[in-house]
Design a binder for this molecule. Sequence first.
Ligand SMILES: [Fe+2]
Ligand SMILES: [Fe+2]
Length: 372
Amino acid sequence: MFQPDWDNPLEAAIPSPQSFQPEQQTVTDSAAVTPLLEALPPINPDDKRVVNGMTDINQLAPFKYPWAWQYFLNANKNHWTPLDINMTADVHDYHHRLTSEEKHIYENVLSYLTTSDILAMRNIGLAVMEKMSAPELQIYQARQVYEESMHTWTYQHCIETLGLDQGEIYNRYRVVPAIHRKIRIANQRLESVLSTQIDLSNRDDLEQFVMAYTFFAGVFEGCWFYNGFSPIFALQRRGLMKGTAEQLQYIMRDEVMHAAFGIRVVKQILEEEQLKLDPKAMELMWEEAEAAEQSYADYLLQEPILGYSAENHIEQFRFIANRRAKQLNQPEPFPNARNALPWLDEQASLRKEKNFFETRVTEYQTGGSLQW
Ligand SMILES: [Fe+2]
Ligand SMILES: [Fe+2]
């Protein structure tokens, strides 16, 4: 006969066969059975809205936003894990080939990215997804949450593989003001829309939400992430840290889609809710983002390395910022900014010929190329 192990708290919680008595059926129990409901009318996809929608959130199709479903399908073509990539050469490069300036750059890029990706995951999973009222939007964002966690794993994998001091690397965003500044700006945007008090039927709250999503898609993912990998790509171009760079190429592909999707959603909200982005608020957003990126670049690249400088970094930020603004149908915040790193877009393109070092990343994606 079954004898529970009473020293095991899990088994101790199981009632002994003798003590177990089926509960008496009560009136309350039978009343809890869901009665058969009357048939509901089919939903009309035209009634779907990005936010504040009143249709059935559990019914995927008919789609109102077929592009969102397509994003989900495309995202699944970029499937990988950090364990897929050989990091052996990176261990040797880091310990024997990188200069102290290059190590400083490598470590601080990882320090910034580790915290950034957690923030990106919390933003989309906790603040954005629950406010969407069409399932095809939520499904892509659910995939995005997974991808952000995969990115966090990737940095952790690099940090572990190289034997870096985890506590020191992860704490750096708290102790280095230039890294902290960018994180704080993003955290403030996130906090502004995490509140349970936010009500998107209120125009002020809706504007705040749209500005936060615009920031995350346009600045945080569209510029700071897009441009954030480039110092490591500069090392890759010289044959250094190729495993890490390959990992970051996978992440960059995801981030390009996150930024594009976010911008698409923002434009849809603006159209549906008859809203316009406030030019002054947009100007301040770009100003703040540029100032933070400038101090980050000055800290990261105190000494330029071969093929990469703080000037390259900030000029490329401005160039990409103009691109994101145009995608949002907004005026360019930094007219005349030039493409300081013409090779950067190639890193994000989903279909290209072999890259310099014949790594697997270029052939991995199985679907079509990404259209902005
Ligand atoms: Fe990410
Ligand atoms: Fe992202």
